[in-house]
Write a new protein. Structure first.
Length: 292
């Protein structure tokens, strides 16, 4: 009898994990049947290739004169540097395009299904609201991971093809092996993925209150733009540490320095984790009181 009672929770846990995996696979099928999801991922994967090809057509003398800071300086550094190219592409798209992919996934996850009438089926089914949110969050996270990995892969391969394996060096002049460069790219890819998970969590929170996916996308992108503007205003400097995108334009470039400084990366990761917790908590609170 004792052995039977002890085995029952284990069997139930096993069935729960299998059921969760089955629901996750079903969610992925639903996500990747949407043409816009595939279109966005494909376009993001093409961006580093386009940037790399465009840089080969630029006269180095003209680029030195064009200068500027921020993304322009990164692009200038990406010429003949296969290591900088993927980082520059990721940093440029992190301002708007990558958050767009996560926002779209979060909008379709709840608001999109509510608009199509399929969310009610989830809510009346014998599936816990926490499990439902977990499935939706995993789906959004998967889209974010694929978007970042697609850009990282195509950017790295494009850099290798254009500049060769001897072009891996930091902005401070030290040369990296291919594996060292890959390791640093993995760090920045993981960091950007975490930022996109935070955007996705916010999108899920907004999505749980509406049946209009475009409203979710517009709200997230508008919030990103407002946060960017607030970041330039010294009058609200007290608010800057709480802005999700505070270091989006500078933190990824930390991997281009030698030695590697993880200060901005650590602060940005902690900030993103807080947004994830708050966003998913709001979404869960809303789903537990929602009937359809």
């Amino acid at each position: 009898m004792t052995h039977a009672l002890a085995a029952a929770p284990a069997a139930r846990t096993g069935r729960d994990s299998v059921g969760l995996l089955r629901l996750y696979r079903a969610e992925l099928r639903w996500i990747f049947r949407r043409p816009r999801t595939l279109a966005v991922l494909g376009l993001l994967a093409l961006i580093p290739i386009v940037i790399g090809v465009a840089l080969t057509l630029v006269d180095p003398a003209e680029s030195n004169g064009g200068g500027g800071g921020g993304d322009g300086a990164l692009l200038a550094s990406a010429m003949n540097n296969g290591f900088v190219l993927p980082v520059a592409a990721l940093t440029m798209t992190l301002a708007l395009l990558l958050p767009l992919a996560s926002a779209m996934a979060g909008a379709d996850a709840i608001a999109g299904e509510a608009a199509h009438g399929t969310l009610r089926g989830w809510l009346i089914a014998p599936v816990g609201r926490g499990r439902l949110l977990a499935i939706k969050a995993f789906g959004v996270a998967t889209v974010s991971v694929l978007a970042v990995l697609a850009m990282t892969f195509t950017g790295f391969v494009t850099g290798l093809i254009i500049s060769g394996t001897d072009s891996m060096f930091t902005l401070t002049g030290s040369t990296l092996s291919v594996w060292d460069a890959l390791g640093r790219l993995l760090v920045v890819a993981l960091w950007i993925t975490l930022q996109l998970w935070a955007v996705g969590a916010v999108a899920l929170a907004i999505s749980s209150f509406t049946e209009h996916p475009m409203l979710v996308v517009a709200s997230v992108l508008a919030g990103t733009i407002v946060f960017t503007i607030l970041g330039f205003l010294d009058a609200v400097s007290w608010l800057h540490p709480f802005l999700l995108n505070k270091d989006w334009s500078m933190a990824p470039a930390s991997v281009l320095m030698d030695p590697l400084d993880t200060t901005l990366l650590g602060e940005g990761a902690l900030r993103a984790a807080c947004y994830i917790v708050i966003g998913l908590s709001i979404a869960y609170s809303r789903l537990t009181t929602r009937d359809g």
